[in-house]
Structures are given as structure tokens and as C-alpha cells.
Design a protein around this ligand. Structure first.
Ligand code: GDP
Ligand code: ZN
Length: 330
């Protein structure tokens, strides 16, 4: 049995790098995946058994994750889906000339929720009209993300901008690159690596039928750590996100402390400081609307999960000695 890390996930078997450097394709031990849907994700540390005369290793266990990128499984009712594990930083990429603030807010919530460091990367800066345009967008995004988050501006034709990204992924660290298809993630990885190791996406206007690779890989960056591109992440449904929302909307939550009621929903309660701030123009209407949507989404999900738990709880109470015991196998 030896320790290894999952360094590539594609349609085939997970590729792991063992502590001795060997790369081995692996399958999951039956005991690990039986019953519950447990799968190793990119970045996971695992214990691997390579039986003699066997062409594949066997993942016997997944070690506890220090960080995880979790979204709501887009195909299931209320299940979490882990997309990556054990990284230090999340880069949230948006095209400078076409920033989608609502999507950026959601991406930031998901990024903050992981507990990793968060950096915004505004890509394709060369497509901006002029320097003033770049500065205007950068300032707008900085205002949105708050003073604690670094916002970088990068462009293909500006090697120094790419070096600023490299500096944030030092040796022995791993960063995850999040962003809509076509924002320039693969191009950025290629620039960091210095060769075209990642296939780039030809931009199509209709946004349909685009061929996106679903493979995830820890790409070693010369002079740095690892970068994980996350292609094809379409649905960004929130999972547990209260902390993430708190971080992404610290301005709103700070003002909410002054609401008359502790559990103010900022809808029609009297003495609502948040609504007053929106009316006074201190918080933009769009930002408030987006805060409400994300809050509601987590509240709905929580309710559905509690409902599911209640139903499981009823079953558990039918069993002898089931009192107070967690039924989840872990
Ligand atoms: P991904 O889907 O996020 O990986 O995006 P890609 O890296 O495949 O890039 C999408 C398109 O944007 C490609 O046609 C790239 O050539 C183009 N692109 C990427 N970076 C830049 C840039 O800095 N400037 C310009 N003008 N185009 C870029
Ligand atoms: Zn309120």
C-alpha cells in the first residue's frame, strides 16, 4: 500500500502519482464505491495497492481532504459533488471586455466556500478598447470583490501579466482555475507552461456544440506548483455556501447587522438596514438582487436536505439502538 495523488481524471481510469514518482492508472476498490457514490477527484490523496501482475492499481481509500470544491450535483436532487481537492488557491477567470458580474458573484461564493485563497483573473485584456477601459473594468471588479481579493489583468500579448499569475502558484502549491468555457483558461495554462499542452476552445457565437474536453489534470508549472483547469463546469449550483456568501457579500452582511431583526430576510421587515442601504444607493440593486438569489438558493437547498434527513431519521428510529447515531457510512 502506498500513498499517491490523483493527477489526471479523464474518461478512463484515474491516473495517480505515487510518492515514489511512478504514474499508475487505478480503479476504485469495490469496498470503497459500494453503496455510496465515493470517487476520488483530482488532487485527492489516496492509498493505492498495486497487486503483483496487475496492470492497474487499486484505490483502497481516499485520505481526508484539506480543501474541496463542491457544487450541487446538477443531475441529482440534493447531493453534493466534489470537483477538486487539496488546492491552495482558486483563480476565478472572466474576460475583461465582457465581465458577467452575476456569474462572477456566484463563482466567488463557490471559491470562498472552499476556504482557499481567491484571486480574480481578468483575461484577454488586449480586447479592451483602451487603457481607460481596462482601468474602469478593473476598478469595477475590485469594488465588487472587496479589498481582500487580488484582481489580476492578463493578456496573451503581455508576458509580465502571466508571470504575475505564476507568482501566485509557488512550488508545492496547487491552484484551481475556474471560469466559463472560452474565457481563456487553457490559453493561460499554456502560457504558464510555455507550450500548447492544453487544447484551446475555438469560440463559437452560438455557444452550442462546443467541444470541451472534460479531462482534469494537475499541470506542473515550470518554476511553480500545479494548476488544475476545470473545463466544462457548466452548472454552478451552490452547496453549503453560507460562509462563501458571507465572504463574497461582506458589505451586505455587515450592514445586515444593523437590521432590527436578527433573522431579517431583507424583504418587507421593518427596520431593515439592507433595504435602506439599497435605497440610498450604497448597495447596488443588482448586487442586492444577486445576494437574495444566492441566499434563497442555499435556503431552499437546506430545506430539501433537512426534509431528506427527516425521512431518513424516521427510518433510523424504526431500528433498534439507532438513537442518535449517524447513519451515514464514512
Ligand atoms: P477556455 O475554454 O477557458 O480554456 O478558453 P481558451 O483558452 O480555449 O480560449 C478561448 C479563445 O480565446 C481562444 O480562441 C483563444 O485563442 C482566445 N484567447 C485566449 N486568451 C486570449 C487573449 O489573451 N487575448 C485574445 N485576444 N484572445 C485570447
Ligand atoms: Zn434586513
Amino acid at each position: 500500500m502506498q500513498r499517491a495523488q490523483v493527477v489526471k481524471l479523464d474518461r478512463g481510469y484515474p491516473l495517480v502519482r505515487c510518492d515514489d514518482g511512478a504514474l499508475v492508472r487505478c480503479e476504485h476498490a469495490t469496498a470503497l464505491v459500494k453503496g455510496e457514490e465515493v470517487r476520488a477527484v483530482i488532487g485527492d490523496f489516496v492509498e493505492v495497492d498495486v497487486p503483483e501482475g496487475h496492470d492497474k492499481g487499486i484505490i483502497a481509500s481516499i485520505l481526508p481532504r484539506t480543501r474541496a470544491f463542491v457544487r450541487k450535483d446538477p443531475t441529482e436532487r440534493a447531493l453534493p459533488q466534489v470537483l477538486a481537492a487539496n488546492f491552495d488557491r482558486v483563480f476565478v477567470a472572466q474576460p475583461l471586455a465582457d465581465v458577467n458580474a452575476r456569474r462572477l458573484e456566484r463563482e466567488l461564493v463557490l471559491a470562498y466556500e472552499t476556504g482557499a485563497l481567491v484571486t480574480v483573473v481578468l483575461t484577454k485584456a488586449d480586447l479592451a478598447e483602451d487603457e481607460a477601459h481596462v482601468a474602469e473594468v478593473r476598478d469595477r471588479v475590485r469594488a465588487l470583490v472587496g479589498p481582500d481579493v487580488q484582481t489580476l489583468v492578463v493578456s496573451e500579448n503581455d508576458p509580465a501579466s502571466v508571470e504575475a499569475v505564476r507568482d501566485l502558484v509557488p512550488r508545492n502549491t496547487t491552484a484551481v482555475l475556474l471560469g466559463k468555457s472560452g474565457v481563456g483558461k487553457s490559453s493561460l495554462v499554456n502560457m504558464l507552461v510555455g507550450s500548447d499542452i492544453q487544447e484551446t476552445t475555438p469560440v463559437r457565437d452560438d455557444g452550442k456544440g462546443r467541444h470541451t474536453t472534460v479531462s482534469r489534470e494537475m499541470v506542473p508549472i515550470p518554476g511553480g506548483g500545479f494548476m488544475v483547469d476545470m473545463p466544462g463546469v457548466r452548472g454552478l449550483g451552490l452547496w453549503e455556501a453560507d460562509a462563501g456568501i458571507g465572504a463574497a457579500f461582506s458589505d451586505v452582511e455587515e450592514i445586515a447587522e444593523s437590521c432590527r431583526f436578527r433573522d431579517c430576510r431583507h424583504v418587507d421587515e421593518p427596520g431593515c438596514a439592507v433595504r435602506a442601504a439599497v435605497e440610498a444607493g450604497e448597495i447596488s440593486k443588482e448586487r442586492f438582487a444577486s445576494y437574495r438569489v444566492l441566499k434563497q438558493e442555499t435556503a431552499d437547498l437546506r430545506e430539501r436536505r433537512e426534509e431528506a434527513r427527516r425521512m431518513r431519521g424516521e427510518k433510523a428510529s424504526d431500528r433498534k439502538g439507532g438513537k442518535g447515531r449517524a447513519r451515514r457510512k464514512r
